[in-house]
Design a protein around this ligand. Structure first.
Ligand code: S3P
Length: 184
């Protein structure tokens, strides 16, 4: 089974995903990294050069490649792959369909203040937020979240509320909840 993590930028998809994969002894893939490796370009550069529509279609193609590669394994053993999606992956309906039909999806729900703090500190790899002030980032979170949260919730089988815990505590809690020996 493939576990896919969806959620807003900064919600901890990569960090929690990597931790879970390590606890479950399975592979971890970050979809943004996969796209960047495939195109030998950063996500920022891809978006700047080709636009969001093209990026979403490529993101879906990459998602399908990954799912195809792990599908066989997935049917034999649970938790063969933990996949961290991009913040916008499931907002593109064809990608959401791939996620829903082929993975068990967890939505990492994260309080806005935590997202804001993280995204103000680190937005260099996030073209949708790059160069924005704290106030502008705050407004972008509100605007995008208003459009996206329902989509995340609809796509996921489980919601994990990351709460106010620090990342270290979250990682332990998340891993305990979702590691394979406790689910099977
Ligand atoms: C995006 C989130 C990014 C990346 C791209 C678009 C989004 O991924 O895929 O910049 O639309 O929210 P992360 O959530 O891993 O930052």
């Amino acid at each position: 089974m493939i576990i896919a993590l969806c959620g807003f930028m900064g919600s901890g998809k990569s960090t929690l995903g990597r931790g879970l994969a390590s606890a479950c002894n399975c592979r971890f893939i970050d979809l943004d990294d996969y796209i960047e490796d495939k195109w030998a370009m950063t996500v920022s550069a891809i978006l700047a050069k080709n636009g969001e529509e093209w990026f979403r279609e490529q993101e879906k193609e990459c998602l399908m490649e990954i799912v195809d590669e792990y599908k066989y394994l997935s049917s034999k053993e649970p938790y063969t792959l933990v996949l961290a999606l991009g913040g916008g992956t499931v907002t593109y309906a064809p990608s959401a369909e791939v996620v829903q039909s082929n993975t068990h999806c967890v939505y990492l729900q994260c309080p806005k203040e935590v997202l804001l703090e993280r995204l103000v500190k680190n937005n260099s790899r996030r073209p949708l937020l790059a160069g924005k002030s704290e106030e502008e980032i705050s407004a972008s979170i509100d605007e995008l979240m208003a459009r996206r949260e329902k989509i995340y919730i609809d796509c996921a089988q489980w919601i994990y509320n990351t709460g106010e815990k620090k990342m270290g505590g979250q990682l332990k809690d998340f891993t305990n909840k979702f590691r394979l020996d406790q689910k099977n």
